[in-house]
Structures are given as C-alpha cells and as structure tokens.
Design a protein around this ligand. Structure first.
Ligand code: HSE
Length: 430
C-alpha cells in the first residue's frame, strides 16, 4: 500500500495522542484513507522525555525546520500552539506546497487571513478541525455538512475549564480558585489559565466558527470578551433561583445590523439544552435556515478526543492527495457580511448591585435605568445571607436593551452613593 509521510511539530499531550492513535488504529486508518500514514519525523524541544511510545531511531528531532524540509514528509501536523514559532512552521510548510493540519486556534484567530490566503494561493490543504471543540467535529460540520445553509446563530460552550469551574461552583459551592485548581489538576486547563478564565480561548474559537459561517475573518480586537473572574457563588445561586444557569458562552448571530460575535458569562434558562452541559464537556448549537437547530456535544479537550479530530483531518488530507484534489474544501467558505459592534447589540441583562439597605435606594437605581430606557423585568433581594457590610446584593433582570444604554446606565449607577462596589452585568440568552 502507498505510504504518506507525516511530520509532527510538537510532541506534547496532543502530539503523543496522535502518534498513539495512528499506531493503535493504523491498519483501519490506512484502509479508510487509501494510503498508510507513516510518522517520519517529529520535532520537539524536549527529545529526552520518555512518552511511553516506541519510535524508530532518528524520528524525534529538536529542529522543527528539519521536519518541514524533510522530503520524506508529505503532510505537516502543527501541534506546538501559540502564534510565534507555530506560525512560521505553518507558513513554511504551505509555501513548500505541503498540506498542513493544525489544532492551533490562537494562530488561526490571530493570523488566519494570511494563512488561509497562502493556502488558497498555493492550492494546498489547511485543515484545522481540532482548533475548536477538541473531539467534536464542529469545524468540519460548518465547512462541509452545513455548507448549504445560511447560519442564523451559533451558541457554544467552548472551554472545558470554564464549564468545569462553573459546574463545580454550583454543585459543591466551591470558590472560583478551588474549582480552577481542580480543573488544572485534571489536565484540561491551558498552561496559562488566564487564557481560559478570561475568555480568550473561547474568543479564539468563536472567531474561527464565525469566520467559517460567514466567510470573513472577524478581527479579534473587535470581539467583546468577558471572562469568569467576577462571577461569584452568589450569582450562581441568584441565577438558579430565577430559573437560569450561568455558562461561559460564545454567541455568534446573524442580525439585520451585521454579525455579532461575543464571549461572556451568560444566563441560559435551566431547560435550555446548553444548561445541561456540565463538567469539562463542550457543546455547540448551530441554527441553519435549512437544518434548523442542530447540536454537537463532546469532550472539548484532552489527548485522545483532540487526537481523534487531528487524525480525521490527516485522513482527509491523504484522501485529497490520493484523489489529486488538493484544497478540495476551501479553508474558508466564500461569503460577505459585516460585523456588528458590541455597542449596538440588544440583549436582556442580569445586574447585581451592592445597595445600601436604606429607603429610596432601589427607587434611585430604577430611576437611572429608566433614564436610559432600560426596563426592569424583575428584582430580587434575599433577606439575609450575602450582605457585604452595609451593602446587600440586589439582582435585577431587565427587558431587552441596547448594550450602549446598559454601559451608560452602569456608569451612572456606579456613581450613586447608595451603590457599593462596581455593579456586575451579565447577559441573558433565552
Ligand atoms: N483549555 C481548553 C479548555 C482546551 O479548557 O477547553 C483547549 O482549547
């Protein structure tokens, strides 16, 4: 059987999983791909560590360039992450006409335009299935299966660490730090957890999904991103009492005013299908004009789930090479759309205020919101429990309002002498 040389750059958790998967299911994969993938070179700065995998002598090297340049390597698999060295590996491979498989969401979110254009100009495959959703093949769904749809919306729980933290805070009443510690111990947090908990990892993934759905690269700097750090156990309890659960959501919507892309902690009704996604699991709900609502669920991180998607991409690349149809599926769909700035987004809000327990405090708050045309749908103050000195938490749910109005109202509320620490604003998706 014909062989296809695979070169892997980055031999960490995912790289190890890919090599193990190719070894374990080699015969099956070869039969399905129509050629045998053979790992000819692997590069990693750490060539000494025993990863428990048998490799022929000389396969593991330090120099990434040696992998890209090796004539025996037909397909380059980039698994080092980050936007620096990884970007060079991908660029050089594409320039050399070698198909690339990558799991690197940060690279595509930050430098996608350049790399997609290069792949298109060279007519070479650039696959990135594992950049979003780990073992969930959501990239492939948007690139291929839903290609006949206009995508109305994508709602995603795309970060297992954040979902795990929120689940544990609710189930066990853990603090944010304790739950983050558990997530790290279980191995699905990023090396730098701020990428997870500050929402950037989810935003990178949201940008990739939005770009696939609408055919233009959404600039990262234009995406509104809020992380989890200000969500407290109090919010989780108030939200639940009001019939909601808090999730860190990527929200992508096609609206009359353009494409919205935002990432923030979000209240979803307890009976919403995404409310039942717990622990480290990810889920993506896509609404297409033909397909209607569709749902994709699975493990968004981890060695074998991510390796599964990387290997699926390798198989596709091998099939395309075998059929003489490189770049069969363009890295990006064609499309035209414009971006809707956050200030004009309309949504419902959850506002938590620290209010002095004194006559008229709530009325003055309501007057500020009214002055900004924000209508209150419900207000809750528990009689005891979470008071912070003289201040007690009061939670308001609003009707739909414009983000710019909410920003202005929050500024005015913050200036009221009856309001303590900065109000917390969360958004609601029904
Ligand atoms: N750190 C990510 C998560 C996985 O927790 O989901 C890789 O994107």
């Amino acid at each position: 059987m014909k062989e296809v040389g695979i070169g892997i750059v980055g031999f960490g958790t995912i790289g190890t999983g890919v090599v193990e998967g190719l070894q374990r299911n080699g015969a099956l994969i070869a039969e399905r791909a129509g050629a045998r993938p053979v790992v000819r070179r692997i590069a990693d700065i750490d060539t000494a560590r025993d990863r428990g995998i048998a490799l022929a002598a000389g396969v593991l090297v330090e120099d990434a360039e040696a992998v890209v340049a090796d004539p025996a390597v037909d397909v380059v698999v980039e698994l080092i992450g980050g936007t620096g060295a990884a970007g060079e590996v991908v660029r050089r491979a594409l320039e050399a006409g070698k198909p690339v498989v990558t799991a690197n969401k940060a690279l595509l979110a930050e430098r996608g335009r350049e790399l997609f254009e290069l792949a298109g100009a060279r007519r070479v495959d650039l696959y990135f299935g594992a950049s979003v959703g780990g073992g969930i093949p959501i990239v492939r769904v948007l690139r291929e299966a839903l290609a006949g749809n206009r995508i109305a919306s994508i709602l995603g729980i795309l970060n297992g660490t954040c979902n795990y933290i929120l689940t544990r805070m609710e189930a066990e009443g853990l603090s944010f730090d304790a739950a983050l510690g558990e997530a790290q111990a279980r191995g699905f947090a990023e090396a730098d957890p701020s990428l997870d908990v500050d929402g950037l990892d989810t935003a990178h993934k949201a940008v990739i999904l939005a770009s696939l759905a609408y055919g233009f690269i959404v600039p990262m700097r234009a995406v509104s991103v809020e992380g989890l750090r200000r969500v407290s156990a109090t919010d989780i309890v108030y939200a639940r009492d009001l019939g909601y659960r808090i999730k860190l959501l990527a929200v992508v919507k096609d609206t009359e005013d353009g494409i919205e892309v935002r990432v923030h902690p979000t209240l979803v009704p307890l009976d919403h299908v995404l409310a039942s996604v717990s622990g480290e699991f990810n889920a993506v709900m896509v609404r297409g004009d033909l397909a209607g609502e569709t749902l994709y669920y699975g493990r968004g991180a981890g060695r074998y789930p991510t390796a599964s998607t990387v290997i699926g991409d390798i198989v596709d690349v091998i099939r395309n090479l075998g059929a003489g149809s490189p770049a069969r599926v363009p890295a990006m769909q064609a499309g035209t759309a414009s971006f809707r700035p956050m200030a004009s987004v309309r949504t419902r809000y959850y506002l938590r205020l620290a209010l002095l327990d004194r006559p008229g405090a709530l009325a003055r708050t309501a007057a500020v919101l009214g002055a900004h045309e924000i209508s209150i749908a419900s207000a809750v103050q528990h009689e005891q429990g979470e008071a912070d000195g003289d201040y007690a938490p009061v939670v308001l749910l609003t009707h739909e309002a414009r983000e710019a109005a909410c920003d202005a109202a929050l500024e005015d509320l913050g200036a009221l002498d009856v309001v303590g620490s900065a109000p917390l604003r969360l958004r609601i998706e029904e």
